[in-house]
Ligand binder design. Structure first.
Ligand code: SAH
Length: 252
């Protein structure tokens, strides 16, 4: 039987540092400007890497995970900006499907469709996503969360009763930091829960290679005027704990 190796990706160091810290039998390989950490979590062989930001960086890194490190599943974990009105900082979105909101070859093909692939939405792996959602529900329960993140941090980000949602994530090469950007996306794609810059690219590569993909995004900001400030402090203070705890629970 083929050996099961899971690739765990983030875009920035703060999304994966907490996971690299708990890797056992760790070795590091640097290739194409990225460092891939091979090791074991519980009994699971994994390769952990941050890709840097954007669709190009993320898809190149996903390809390297598949071709050079022989992973047969990818889990992306990181932060995102909330788009749907009910999404708050501290909530977690697990992708049901992902769309590249900046792909547009209309009128040749429908807006957002990936040319020559005849596909607009990339679905994730249902089984893994359901499993992840259960662990996140446990992590976000007040009695667990309060032991992992200090009350003053939770207050600072007004994290009260964080929720996990399963739905559509939109990706593109833009940081959303104005109300206008947010409104435009809400109007164009009302089903979108959050926006980020890598997920749909990784999901496309996984689809093309036929391997399961899971995308988990903690909301660091609300993709509006306050986004830069909220994003910066959230990744400094909170995102590592979310990343480490969610992944740790999956494999322990
Ligand atoms: N601090 C970085 C830039 C971060 S870009 C630097 O200075 O280089 C934001 C990252 O977090 C991306 O990887 C993206 O996937 C995610 N993200 C979080 N909030 C976002 C938002 N409001 N819009 C787009 N991407 C967001």
């Amino acid at each position: 039987m083929e050996e099961q190796i899971i690739g765990i990706m983030g875009a920035i160091p703060q999304e994966v540092d907490g996971i690299i810290a708990i890797l056992q039998d760790k070795t590091a390989v640097t290739l194409g400007n990225r460092t891939y950490y091979q090791g074991v979590l519980g009994k699971q062989k994994v390769v952990v890497v941050y890709s840097r930001i954007g669709k190009v960086a993320a898809s190149a890194t996903a390809s390297a995970l598949l071709l050079r490190f022989n992973v047969n599943e990818i889990i992306f974990i990181g932060v995102a900006g909330g788009i749907a009105p009910h999404i708050e900082v501290g909530d977690v979105i697990v992708a049901r499907d992902l769309i590249q909101y900046d792909m547009d070859v209309s009128p040749l093909r429908p807006k957002y469709e990936i040319p020559l692939l005849n596909k607009t939405y990339f679905e994730t792996n249902e089984m893994r996503s359901n499993q992840v959602i259960q662990h996140i529900e446990h992590f976000l329960a007040p009695e667990t969360l309060s032991t992992k993140i200090a009350a003053q941090e939770l207050d600072k980000f007004a994290i009260k009763q964080p929720q996990v949602y399963f739905g559509t994530i939109a990706s593109g090469d833009q940081f959303f930091s104005t109300n206008q950007q947010k409104e435009n996306l809400q109007q164009a794609l009302p089903e979108v829960l959050c926006v980020e810059m890598e997920g749909a690219a990784v999901a496309q590569i996984c689809y093309e290679y036929g391997i399961p993909c899971t995308v988990i995004r903690t909301i660091s900001d609300k993709a509006n005027q306050e986004a830069s400030f909220s994003f910066e402090s959230f990744v400094k203070q909170v995102s590592q704990v979310y990343g480490q705890e969610i992944i740790k629970q999956l494999f322990q």
